[in-house]
Ligand binder design. Structure first.
Ligand code: GLA
Length: 383
C-alpha cells in the first residue's frame, strides 16, 4: 500500500513524500449516543482508515488532495480559514485552523489523503482524517501536544468548524485504539482503559447498510438537544452535570421531572445504555459472550425505540442476526440513520452468515449490504 501511495504522490506532486501516517476508523461495541452525556463507551479501532502522505513546499501554500475525491484545495497560508460547503477538505482545514489559532507556525505543505473506510458509513472516516492530520502536524512542527490534546482539538473541529455537536468517542477511539482491545472510555473524566477483546468462539463482523447518509445533515443535533432538555429538567432537583451521572434506578425516581415526551425517551435510553456498558464490561472480562450479545441486542432496540436513530435497513440486519443461530449479538453502531451494524458471528461461519444476511437484506430493502471481517487494530501512528 505504502509503495502504491508513494507512486500516486509522485504522480501528483512530482516529488517523493517525506512522511507517512495512518489513522484507523472505529466501530463502537456498545455505549451509543452517550459520549456527549458523560457516559461510558466501548469502541475499538479497525483496520480500515486514512493514509496521509506529506511533503513540504517553499511556496507557503497548503495543497490538499485526496485519492477519494476530485475536489482539491490550494490556499496560501493565512491566519484563519472558513468552512467551504460540505467539502472533504474542511476536516483537515479545521485542524490546521486550530494549530494556527494556538499560535503555531505552519509552513507550506503538500498533503495527499487516501481512505479505505466507506464514506458516510458510520465508521468515523471524519475522525480518522482529523486525527491523522492533527497527529502529522504535531509531529512535523514539534507542536508538543499530547494525544489527548489532539483528541480534544479534533472534537472542537467537529463541533465548531463542521457544526456537529458530537461527543469525543470517535476521535478518542481512532487515536488510542489498540490491537485486539476495546477502548473503554469514561467520557466524563476523559480517561480510558484498554479491555481485552477476547470474543472466544466468535468474531466481529461489520455489515454496511450502504444507505447513503450524511451525519451532519441528520437528526444528530436534535437528539443531543433532547438530551440537554432532559438534563435541564432533572437539574431542578438533582445536582448533576450529565445525564450519565445517575443510574437507571435514580432516573426512575426522578423521571417525572421531564415533561417533554421526546426528552424523556432519549434520557431513558442514555441512562440505561450507560448501565448496559458497565454490565457488558463485566461480561467481556469474564468471557461471557452470550451475555455480551444479549446486551448488544438490548442496546439496538433501545436506539430503535427510545432514541429513534435506527431505520428499516439497520433493523432488518439485526432481525436477520436474531434468526441466525451462529450470531451471539448484533446492533447498529455509530450515529445510526443508516451506516453500519456489527455482529458477533461464530468463527468459521463468516461465509454462511454473509450469504444469509445479504439475501435477507436484499429481499427486504432492495439492494445489497456489504459485509466485512473487522480486525481490531492500533490507533494513529507513523507508518
Ligand atoms: C457519532 C459521534 C460520536 C457519538 C456517536 C454515537 O459517531 O461522532 O461522538 O456520539 O455518533 O454514539
Amino acid at each position: 500500500m505504502k509503495t502504491q501511495l508513494q507512486q500516486q504522490f509522485n504522480n501528483i506532486y512530482h516529488k517523493p513524500a517525506e512522511k507517512f501516517y495512518f489513522s484507523p476508523g472505529r466501530v463502537n461495541l456498545i455505549g451509543e449516543h452517550i459520549d456527549f452525556n458523560g457516559g461510558l463507551v466501548m469502541p475499538c479501532a479497525i483496520n480500515m482508515g486514512t493514509y496521509l502522505l506529506i511533503s513540504f513546499n517553499n511556496d507557503n501554500v497548503l495543497r490538499l488532495r485526496s485519492l477519494n475525491f476530485d475536489e482539491t484545495l490550494d490556499t496560501p497560508l493565512i491566519d484563519q480559514y472558513q468552512k467551504t460547503g460540505n467539502k472533504w477538505f474542511n476536516y483537515p482545514l479545521g485542524v490546521v485552523n486550530l494549530f494556527l489559532k494556538d499560535g503555531h507556525q505552519i509552513g507550506g505543505i503538500d498533503f495527499l489523503y487516501y481512505g479505505d473506510i466507506p464514506i458516510g458509513s458510520g465508521l468515523s472516516s471524519s475522525a480518522s482524517i482529523e486525527i491523522v492530520t492533527a497527529f502529522a502536524l504535531n509531529d512535523i512542527f514539534n507542536a508538543g501536544y499530547s494525544k489527548l490534546d489532539l483528541v480534544k482539538m479534533c472534537k472542537r473541529v467537529e463541533n465548531e468548524f463542521i457544526g456537529l455537536n458530537s461527543g469525543i468517542m470517535d476521535q478518542f477511539a481512532v487515536a488510542f485504539g489498540q490491537k485486539g482491545k476495546a477502548v473503554l472510555i469514561d467520557c466524563n473524566k476523559l480517561t480510558y482503559e484498554a479491555v481485552n477483546c477476547d470474543l472466544k468462539e466468535y468474531e466481529l463482523v461489520i455489515i454496511n447498510t450502504n444507505k447513503p447518509r450524511k451525519l451532519a445533515e441528520s437528526s444528530y443535533n436534535d437528539r443531543a438537544q433532547d438530551c440537554q432538555n432532559a438534563l435541564t429538567m432533572l437539574k431542578k432537583e438533582l445536582d448533576i452535570n450529565y445525564l450519565c451521572d445517575i443510574d437507571t434506578n435514580k432516573f426512575n425516581a426522578y423521571k417525572h421531572l421531564i415533561t417533554d415526551e421526546n426528552a424523556a425517551k432519549r434520557a431513558q435510553h442514555v441512562i440505561e445504555e450507560n448501565d448496559r456498558v458497565k454490565i457488558a464490561t463485566i461480561a467481556l472480562n469474564s468471557g461471557d459472550i452470550s451475555r455480551f450479545g444479549e446486551l448488544m441486542y438490548a442496546s439496538h432496540y433501545s436506539l430503535k425505540d427510545k432514541y429513534e436513530v435506527s431505520g428499516k435497513e439497520l433493523d432488518s440486519i439485526v432481525e436477520y442476526c436474531e434468526s441466525d443461530k451462529n450470531v451471539a449479538g448484533a446492533r447498529m453502531t455509530g450515529a445510526g440513520f443508516g451506516g453500519c451494524a456489527i455482529a458477533l458471528v461464530k468463527k468459521g461461519k463468516f461465509e454462511a452468515f454473509s450469504t444469509g444476511v445479504i439475501e435477507y437484506y436484499t429481499n427486504h430493502i432492495g439492494y445489497a449490504p456489504s459485509v466485512y471481517n473487522a480486525v481490531i487494530s492500533n490507533g494513529v501512528g507513523i507508518i
